[in-house]
Design a protein around this ligand. Sequence first.
Ligand SMILES: [Fe+2]
Length: 180
Amino acid sequence: MNPAVPEPSPRTAPKPAGQDDAGPTGAAPKPGADCALASREEVLEALNELLEAERAGARVAMETAREIPPSALASLVQDIHKDEVRWCSMLMRTINVLEGAPSSATGAFWGKAMAIPDLEQRLSFLNRGQAWVVRRLSALIPRIQDAQVQADLSAMLEAHHINIERVATRKAVDPRAERG
Ligand SMILES: [Fe+2]
């Protein structure tokens, strides 16, 4: 069992930024019966799970960008790589602040993605992994008490919405990317 492996779901359509139930940019709902604050252990476990997934995503983006000649697509994948690295740093910093131990593992998503030779199919798989991160963050953020941690995770959520949209929009306007 590896909880760090994003499991792509057929339901991959991301919600538009700002329209998640959890409110990625707004105030989180007050803890209630169905939204109890997460314990420190739960938070650390979730952050390490996300860290391993982001490390996998960063590696997929870096290695995929190397396969693409200079182009708008290459720039997009490089942007995604930078973001994934940024979130790895934020997650490690947050885990350290919470006096946890950042995982050094890379999620198995990396190997699964790189086993897909077709670029378009791999990017679709990457986007489904990003959607998995969105779902995890949306569930976690309302259960976080620390305002700074909540703000950092909300920024990560928002950036994931944007990158998912960038990949999806590119596919929609590039006929070469259209596949049956
Ligand atoms: Fe990511």
